[in-house]
Design a protein around this ligand. Structure first.
Ligand code: NA7
Length: 537
């Protein structure tokens, strides 16, 4: 039997943002509930169970910063913690703060409609339930709408096949299996490096190569964790001071050094961990074509040094975009996988996939017999999760329609025509473009502050003004246009060949690339000044 409930606030999604959002609301005594589509909490870390799935952010910069007690208690065991451990962490947080009782699982919101007379949102859930809330906070996750290619015959393949997002909870037999992986983005690169030595044959179906550099993961001992704990204030201060939310600090001065000095620096950065080589590199490589070319050539040489077969090495070197101009995947033993006799790179730019068959994949030149097919084909990023909900604002306006050619928001936090809907990790914020939890803690705090402000002032309605929203869209476009990646085909710029309207050439201004520091200063100032650009009643 369907039921109908209500709350002051409905939080959509129990991932990293939703968990923190409900914590803040519960602490304030606000009547709030989390509606989660999945059967448990964790979002990204609940779903992505594929081998090799782990942080690209240093674990201790990814964890929540809001509780000293939590920071003191939790021991990150690896510099870049793996999915099972990350899910354990999120469960630990939820249990420690008794947050589960504010969460409802298997509650996928299919539609939400704004009722102006009641000043409330009416939510329809997939299971037939309904929910009414004064405010809705979306914490849907920027990478929670996976996308599959549309090859003929995909249903005919008789072995197991799934998107990495849906890697089964139960163990998947890899030993002795002939496995095909389609896609070489951050996910494919993690999977391939991890399973190459565990399967009998691995065929990698690559449409375009990605630049990728070593993750350089390592364990964190008790002693090192103690030192990290002592340094937490400094760590979070460093992240807050960096445009990308990491401890790595970018530098200018590419042309002040000789080419030899630059290579010396890159030699050092290549052995450092995580995004050091991206976020601790010269800022010029993102804006100056010549600087980017030189850097790309350096990384290309590294690939040539690591891959024994020169023809394969060349296929693994991107030629359509420069280093750092798409989301940089970090790898462990990825390039070495291609030196193994059981691993073969299939270059789809030369021999495209024609169809899937009952027993494998048919390309333009041959058939590959496979037991298991893994689609590491990415996501309808940032706005995809919104598009899956039929969101109707003032006068029945559809959010999907409004955002068809790209999102339009007030600092990634609200959108005109959709009152009382606040977005944590929303489009045009910095959550997609920086160290995610650092950005979402700021987003959650801002949204919570707004709700407190409304409560204190007796307001029951808040909406972004169109002029203020346009100003932000202009700002987002301005930074986007300054950077070289504006021309690259990656999810940062809204590209996805499998989603109508997201194909090459349809640039969507989905993320803010002015940096986390500038973003935080901007939204903090708005709050301090009584939220100019928002209409409250
Ligand atoms: P990405 O980075 O979007 O990568 C998807 C990959 O799948 C990429 O190599 C695509 O090639 C490939 N792809 C997509 N569609 C097809 C079709 N139809 N045929 C062949 N190959 C295809 O997604 P990820 O999951 O790797 O990473 C997403 C984020 O998750 C990542 O940045 C982390 O933050 C976590 P293309 O480049 O489009 O030619």
């Amino acid at each position: 039997m369907s039921d109908s409930r209500q709350s002051e606030v409905a939080v959509l999604g129990a991932g990293v943002s939703g968990i923190y959002q409900i914590k803040r609301l519960v602490d304030l005594g606000i009547d709030a509930v989390v509606l989660e589509a999945e059967d448990d909490l964790g979002g990204t870390w609940h779903r992505n169970r594929y081998p090799g799935c782990r942080f690209d952010s240093e674990s201790y910069t990814y964890g929540y910063s809001f509780s000293k007690e939590l920071l003191d208690e939790w021991h990150w065991k690896e510099r870049f913690s793996s999915q099972p451990e990350n899910l354990r962490y999120l469960n630990y947080v939820a249990d420690k703060f008794d947050l589960r009782r504010h969460m409802r699982f298997n509650k996928r919101v299919e539609a939400m409609t704004w009722d102006e007379s009641e000043r409330r949102w009416h939510l329809s859930l997939a299971d037939g339930d309904t929910h009414t809330a004064r405010f809705v906070v979306t914490s849907l996750g920027p990478l929670s709408a996976p996308t599959l290619p549309a090859y003929p015959g995909m249903d005919e393949f008789e072995g197991p096949s799934f998107h990495t997002f849906f890697w089964p909870n139960e163990p998947v037999e890899l030993a002795g299996q002939r496995v095909g992986v389609i896609g070489t983005g951050a996910t494919g690169i993690q999977v391939i490096g991890e399973i190459a030595d565990k399967v009998s044959e691995l065929k990698v179906f690559q449409r375009r190569p990605n630049w990728s550099t070593p993750l350089n993961n390592s364990p964190i001992s008790e002693a090192e964790m103690d030192a990290i704990r002592d340094r937490y204030d400094e760590i979070f201060a460093n992240c807050a001071a960096s445009p990308q939310g990491f401890e790595h600090v970018p530098r200018w001065g590419f042309w002040d050094m000789t080419a030899a000095e630059r290579r010396e620096l890159w030699d050092e950065l290549y052995t450092r961990s995580g995004f050091a080589i991206l976020a601790g590199n010269f800022a010029e490589i993102f804006v100056d074509e010549a600087a980017n070319r030189e850097m790309s050539e350096y990384i290309a040489d590294r690939i040539r040094q690591r891959v024994h077969d020169p023809a394969v090495a060349e296929k693994l070197i991107p030629t359509d975009h420069g280093f750092g101009l798409q989301r940089l995947p970090l790898e462990t033993d990825y390039f070495e996988a291609y030196n193994r006799p059981n691993v073969e790179l299939v270059d789809l730019s030369e021999t495209p996939i024609e169809r899937l068959t009952a027993t494998g994949i048919q390309t333009a030149d041959r058939h590959y017999d496979l037991d298991l097919i893994v689609y590491a084909t990415g996501f309808d990023a940032i706005t995809g999760a919104f598009d899956r909900v039929d969101i109707r604002g003032v006068d029945g306006t559809s959010l999907g329609e409004k955002w068809r050619d790209g999102p339009s928001t007030y600092c990634g936090l609200l959108s005109h025509g959709f009152p009382n809907m606040a977005m944590v990790a929303g489009p045009q914020s910095v959550s997609g473009s920086t160290n995610f939890p650092r950005a979402i803690e700021g987003g959650v705090d801002w949204v919570t502050g707004l709700l407190e402000y409304l409560r204190e002032h007796g307001y029951s309605r808040v909406e972004a003004q169109p002029e203020a929203e346009q100003e932000w869209v202009d700002e987002v476009m301005r930074f986007h246009e300054r950077l070289l990646f504006r021309r690259s085909k990656g999810w940062f710029t809204g590209y996805n060949s499998n989603v109508a309207g997201h194909e090459e050439g349809n640039v969507r201004y989905q993320a803010y690339f002015g940096g986390a520091t500038r973003y935080t200063a901007k939204v903090t100032e708005l709050a301090a000044n009584g939220y100019p650009g928002l209409t409250m009643a």
